[in-house]
Design a binder for this molecule. Structure first.
Ligand code: IMP
Length: 416
């Protein structure tokens, strides 16, 4: 059985949670390899709607071992709360969780630091989730971070954590003291989950079991591949699965790119195909395009062919899963961007230069029907099939999975 890496091709919120949940049936291990509590992976199962922020989505399936990789930054307090919530629903999440000792921990003061940093940027603020993600990665790469393994030496760890608090001045020291004490306690609990995750994954593969590596955010939010500086701070591309999980690139069998049938982004930064007005509102309402972590309304726009192709090749996608196709139902004419006006740039412009590019659109016929209940490719309206085929051509990788609604049962596997 293979090792499959699943990544988002846009600015996050592509519906990776649903695709990972769907593919994790029969998996032995599901490992999150990036991000932290900034992510919000939503799964609808029957009447239940669950939003996972830090736990690997695959944990919802009985018998799956969940792993959090070294490339993640862990907020131990919210991780324990999330696990507790699942325990109450009868999912033995904490019991089946293992963590890399090398993952970094998000100290409560990092949120303060992030808020101040965002304020200092004024109109150029990134629009982060304010979960302390940026400061945690800054400390990691500045070689001043707190790692899970540090919490194994609890006394030293408590001293270090309190020293960080003292650095934020006397007001913070009194208002955040209880939070830091809880942080220390929960970090120690997380440290009890530390394991040699690389060996675990390799063992599962040697036994012929299915292992999924679950990304967070999306390629266009990656600090190297994305729309810098309007990006997150953890790596979102398939290659990052290797360093985070301790597996070589030669062990990856398949890379799956999750692409939305249209485009969305939360926070600031260039968005060439962005829509405004009633059509954007229509898509936002039908797609429930509000942040799963922050509740912020997401910016909505047309499918962007050049950016999708760029993201697909950056990840080396073998195939794609297209999500939220049902949301486009009822729009007469759909537009897809297939290039940029003027001469092609010599290299992908993803920084401020992207804002100056004007997309070129082609029109496609929409479909009036609701497609949620449809379970086979052949039964989809012809216009919806044509749309998927066009997304596939513009992205440069075959679409094998079509998601037609929020529930885990609302998927169509395309065999041909
Ligand atoms: P941070 O990850 O909180 O530092 O935020 C940096 C940028 O990434 C902001 O524009 C956020 O809105 C965006 N972002 C972070 N996590 C997600 C996510 O899970 N989905 C969509 N956008 C995200």
């Amino acid at each position: 059985m293979p090792l499959v890496v699943i990544v988002g091709l846009g600015w996050g919120d592509e519906g990776k949670g649903k695709i990972v949940d769907c593919m994790s049936e029969g998996a032995s291990v599901v490992a999150r390899f990036s991000g932290g509590a900034n992510a919000g992976h939503t799964v609808h199962a029957g009447d239940m709607k669950l939003v996972l922020h830090q736990l690997p989505t695959g944990l919802l399936r009985e018998g799956v071992t969940g792993i959090i990789g070294a490339g993640c930054v862990i907020d131990p307090v919210s991780l324990r709360e999330e696990a507790l919530l699942l325990e109450k629903l009868g999912v033995a999440a904490w019991q089946r969780l293992q963590v890399s000792p090398h993952a970094h921990l998000v100290h409560p003061c990092y949120r303060l630091e992030e808020r101040a940093d965002e304020e200092s940027r004024g109109a150029a603020a990134i629009g982060t989730t304010l979960r302390g993600i940026g400061p945690a990665y800054v400390r990691k790469y500045g070689r001043r971070g707190l790692r899970v393994e540090d919490a194994l030496r609890s006394r030293d760890f408590a001293e270090k954590s309190m020293a960080i608090l003292s650095g934020f001045g006397s007001e913070a020291a009194s208002s955040l003291r209880a939070d830091v004490e809880r942080f220390v306690e929960d970090s120690c609990a997380v440290a009890s989950k530390a394991a040699d995750i690389s060996s675990m994954i390799l063992r599962a593969l040697a036994e012929g079991r299915l292992v999924l590596a679950e990304g967070a955010q999306g390629t266009l939010l990656d600090p190297d591949a994305g729309t810098y500086p309007y990006v997150t701070s953890g790596s979102c591309v398939s290659g990052a699965a290797c360093s985070s999980l301790g597996i070589g690139p030669s062990r990856i069998d398949e890379v799956v790119g999750v692409v939305k049938a249209y485009a969305t982004r939360v926070g600031s930064g260039p968005f060439p195909t962005e829509l405004e007005g009633p059509l954007a509102e229509h898509i936002r309402r039908r797609g429930n395009e509000y942040g799963a972590t922050t509740g912020r309304p997401r910016r909505c726009g047309w499918f962007d062919g050049p950016l999708s192709a760029y993201a697909s090749r950056t990840n080396g996608c073998h195939w794609l899963a297209i999500t939220l196709l049902d949301v486009l139902g009822g729009i007469d004419i759909l537009k897809l961007s297939n290039g940029f006006d003027g001469s092609a740039p010599a290299f992908p412009l993803l920084g401020e230069g992207l804002s100056s590019l004007k997309p070129v659109y082609e029109d496609m016929q929409g479909w009036p029907e609701e497609i949620g209940g449809i379970r086979s490719w052949e039964e989809l309206p012809e216009a919806a099939r044509n749309y998927v085929i066009r997304v596939e051509a513009l992205s440069g990788a075959p679409v094998r999975l079509v998601s037609t609604g929020p529930d885990r049962s609302e998927v169509i596997w395309r065999r041909s």
